[in-house]
Design a protein around this ligand. Structure first.
Ligand code: BG6
Length: 483
């Protein structure tokens, strides 16, 4: 079977920083279908050769010592380029001709990848429909939509409608690259391939859950996009809610895409909606000092670059267990982790311990850059009467497997080629996530509050610690402790 992948937005950052490196690595590992041809489509006037050189330069910069020009020379002929404008029907006609020519008229699975500025998603989908390129009479057609998927419920719904006018839901692959991370998929394995965690994975044993996605960099060159998005659209609506659903979902009866996604949607539906009166109690917003001086950021911007949010999942498993979600730019270090904080034992026999919740058992799932897990538990200090101390067992992927963990995009691209949508968001999933986040953004925008300012390298504004402290809990801040 032949495969073609058309990348719209071929001259953009995403293509050169993520998509082409992932395709190249898959080529090196021999995982790409032999007959896969990639066609880049964007307005820049490259020839095939100029486009390949443009990609080679950025890949070489990314790979440094690992750059292998001989291997690239084998991969590069799979890439062609067509200059074109998404608003021009004639350019889609030319695209159709080029594809027929690449595919030599044989039946072919085609993937259309929207890696453009999101304002071109709808026009691109319409043109694909109008030009007959979505037609499946001579092969499967799939479309991949990058995030952000809308900027609120209304626009996400509109985009879903536009997609559904041309493609069936089973042809649509909405990317959330967190789902392609091996350590995120491992949460499902941890929970559902082991019998020992599930019995305690509920309100009877869990005190609360913390989900943190911290970055040590600021907004860099993306000031214009970020200032209109802010941390809720950029990180919460997609990545953090995905981590929440995978942590909280029930076991599906089979590991098929729709059954897994049904369970995830049920979690999102169970998330208690924010009452505007609760905002102060459930939310802390921050902005890093110096954000207002970033390029393309409004001088009086209130856009939060940090937020901490308390959510409740109102179902039988989780009722009464708070989920504290937190994400920020310009923080102390880059770390994404999920902490399952268990309750204290009902009766403490060993009096020398203070009964802080942080002394109880804890499972820390390290998503990145540390990749692994830690289980914390109390142990007797040797030769010291009945003195006890929190100690840990840990597991590191790198120490146990001699394989390097692949980039999320490698897995996601392979799944699109194979037609497996398990790790992609379904239309109802995306819209339900927006139903949770929209009122939060609205409440923040309508409030008179200013974001708490924090210095680069702090864990958000000081208020964030006071806020969780009011629940008699504390952030379990830790920069990656697994190395
Ligand atoms: C993207 C956001 O979706 O995820 C970025 O737009 C953020 O602002 C990035 O930096 C984080 O991804 P990762 O894989 O580095 O955690």
């Amino acid at each position: 079977m032949k495969y073609s992948m058309v990348i719209f937005g071929a001259s953009g950052d995403l293509t050169s920083r993520k998509l082409v490196p992932a395709l190249y690595q898959l080529h090196r590992k021999g995982r790409l279908p032999e007959d896969l041809q990639v066609v880049g489509f964007s307005r820049s006037p490259f020839s095939d050769e100029e486009y390949r050189t443009h990609l080679a330069n950025s890949l070489e910069e990314k790979l440094g010592d690992r750059w292998d020009s001989a291997e690239w020379a084998k991969f590069a002929p799979r890439i062609e380029y067509l200059p074109g404008d998404i608003n021009e029907p004639d350019d889609f006609r030319r695209l159709g001709e080029k594809l027929t020519q690449c595919e030599s008229g044989a039946p072919c699975t085609r993937i259309y990848y929207l890696a453009t500025d999101p304002r071109f998603y709808e026009p691109a989908v319409e043109q694909l429909g109008a030009s007959g390129l979505a037609d499946e009479s001579c092969g499967v057609r799939r479309i991949v939509v990058e995030k952000p998927f809308g900027r609120d419920l209304k626009s996400a719904h509109q985009l879903n409608d536009a997609l559904h006018r041309v493609f069936g839901e089973d042809q649509i692959y909405r990317i959330d690259h967190y789902l392609g991370k091996e350590t995120v998929q491992n949460i499902l394995v941890l929970r559902f391939a082991n019998a020992i965690f599930e019995p305690i994975w509920n309100r009877n044993y869990v005190d609360h859950v913390q989900i943190t996605a911290a970055e040590d960099v600021g907004v860099g060159r993306r000031g214009s996009y970020y200032d209109s998005a802010g941390v809720f659209r950029d990180m919460f609506q997609n990545h953090l809610l995905q981590l929440l659903t995978i942590t909280a979902m029930e076991a599906p009866s089979h590991a098929t895409a729709n059954l897994v996604r049904n369970e995830k949607v049920k979690v999102l539906e169970a998330v208690r909606r924010l009452d505007p009166r609760d905002v102060a109690e459930r939310l802390v917003c921050g902005q890093y000092a110096g954000y207002l001086d970033e390029k393309d950021v409004a001088a009086d911007s209130r856009t939060p670059t940090f937020a901490a949010l308390k959510l409740h999942v109102d179902n039988w498993r989780w009722h009464g267990v708070p989920f504290y979600l937190r994400s920020g730019k310009a923080m102390d270090c880059r770390t994404t982790q999920i902490v399952i904080q268990f309750r204290q034992p009902p009766l403490m026999l060993f009096q020398d311990t203070t009964r802080r919740i942080g002394d109880a058992n804890r499972l820390v799932i390290h998503i990145q850059p540390a990749e692994g897990m830690q289980l914390l538990f109390q142990t007797k200090v040797p030769d010291a009467e009945m003195k006890i101390r929190l100690t840990d067992l840990d597991f590191r992927f790198q120490a146990r497997f001699d394989k390097k963990i692949p980039e999320a995009y490698e897995r996601l691209l392979l799944d699109v080629l194979a037609g497996d949508p398990s790790l992609f968001a379904r239309s109802d999933e995306v819209e339900t996530a927006w139903r949770i986040i929209d009122p939060i953004i609205k409440s923040w925008q309508e409030s008179d509050d200013e974001p708490g300012i924090y210095q680069h390298g702090q864990w958000g504004p000081t208020e964030s610690s006071n806020w969780i402290g009011r629940d008699s809990r504390e952030w379990l801040d830790s920069c990656p402790v697994l190395h």
